[in-house]
Write a protein that binds this ligand. Structure first.
Ligand code: G6P
Length: 368
């Protein structure tokens, strides 16, 4: 399998731009488009209807995909979720019930901590399901079920297309769980699938913001600290946005649940701190608006990544507003991954950093 950068300057740029295609490919693997139903390619050795809890564990970006999935499993399937980073999960000795489900997420399928937490789960008699990008990997081999992401080889150290494909598979799984548990009827499933099928096209549309994001990146590059805020599934997206930026630009960035702003990070806010607010027009949008007002009142410079409906309503002055295409709230994280990746990428490129091989980081962490 030969991989090159093609027309792009960096693998990361190529991989960001490949997302509409690879998310589409992943969807085609898990969805019967005509029937409007999820079709898991492999039979499950457990019944979602009988589970009392799902344990999710992963590292880095894959962990944030898991954090998004927690909202999906809870809301779509009314299935309680416990989640922890693998480096903690492996040593916590958490009591896991026999015949429960542990879900591990990993691009490489070789991350040492994730593998160790998978082995711990097996030792406790759990079923194990892995969402991996490398089907021949150790984690794939040792899991009872493997749900591959069809992202293709990911070379850039900062994960991009593997992340959006992980989200795609996890949303399909949450839908399958909802159907099995009777919390999602056929009409609800068709509505979600219709929204999901539109995601690749909407990601392509999101990519058209690249020029504007590149201009904004010059401002972000001047910052010493950047804050990312979001609520609901946009909260883990804020964590992922901050991780992407710090990994490749070395600017200090923090992701926060927007409602936690007043419990600490608001003390940091002044004119020098860009505040990236991820806020699709969803059920918690109004709450996020009030957090934006708190930021604006302290002179913070807001970058809003939202949609036309939200932008029309809030009327706040922002440093920049990116109007994303309208997208179903459940599917939004998949589409909103694009602008946060582009912002990190262009900031780092503008600063002259080695985006494909950032200092001190490895693509795959196979030692503890
Ligand atoms: C490293 C990479 C990250 C990745 C994490 C987990 O830290 O730099 O991009 O998210 O490992 O890797 P995995 O292969 O398990 O998804």
């Amino acid at each position: 399998f030969r991989v090159d950068k093609g027309e792009y300057r960096h693998y990361m740029a190529k991989e960001i731009h490949e997302q509409p295609e690879v998310v589409g490919r992943t969807l085609a693997h898990y969805v019967d488009m005509a029937a409007g139903r999820v079709m898991l390619p492999e039979a499950l050795p457990f019944d979602f209807a009988r589970l009392t809890r799902v344990y999710i564990t992963a590292c880095g970006t894959a962990f944030y995909a898991g954090l998004v999935a927690r909202y999906w499993f809870e809301q779509i399937a009314r299935l309680p979720v416990e989640i922890d980073v693998a480096s903690e999960a492996r040593y916590r000795e958490a009591p896991l019930e026999r015949d429960g489900l542990t879900l591990v997420i990993s691009q490489s399928g070789e991350t040492a901590d994730t593998l160790a937490s998978l082995r711990y789960a097996k030792s406790q008699g759990q079923h194990t399901l892995s969402v991996v990008n490398v089907p021949t990997s150790t984690i794939a081999r040792e899991s009872s079920v493997v749900m591959p992401t069809l992202a293709g080889p990911e070379i850039g150290v900062a994960s991009t297309k593997a992340f959006s494909c992980q989200l795609t598979v996890l949303l399909c799984l949450a839908i399958a769980a909802g159907r099995a548990r009777g919390t999602l009827d056929a009409a609800g499933e068709r509505r979600l699938i219709d929204a999901l099928i539109r995601a690749p096209g909407l990601m392509a549309e999101a990519l058209t913001h690249e020029g504007a994001i590149e201009i904004l990146a010059r401002e972000v590059a001047k910052a010493r600290d950047v804050l990312y805020l979001g609520r609901g599934t946009s909260y883990p997206m804020a964590l992922e946005g901050a991780l992407k930026l710090k990994e490749i630009s070395y600017i200090h960035a923090e992701g926060y649940a927007a409602g936690e702003l007043k419990h600490g990070p608001i003390a940091l806010i002044d004119e020098s701190v860009p505040v990236i607010v991820i806020a699709p027009h969803d059920a918690v949008f109004e709450k996020t608006v009030s957090n934006m007002q708190e930021v604006a009142a302290r002179g913070g410079r807001i970058v809003l990544i939202g949609d036309a409906k939200g932008a029309a309503e809030h009327g706040l002055e922002t440093l920049a507003t990116f109007t994303m295409p309208a997208v179903d709230a459940m599917v939004a994280p998949i589409v909103y991954a694009v602008p946060i990746q582009l912002l990190a990428y262009h900031t780092a490129v503008f600063m002259g950093k080695d985006v494909d091989q950032p200092r001190n980081l490895a693509k795959s962490v196979t030692v503890e």
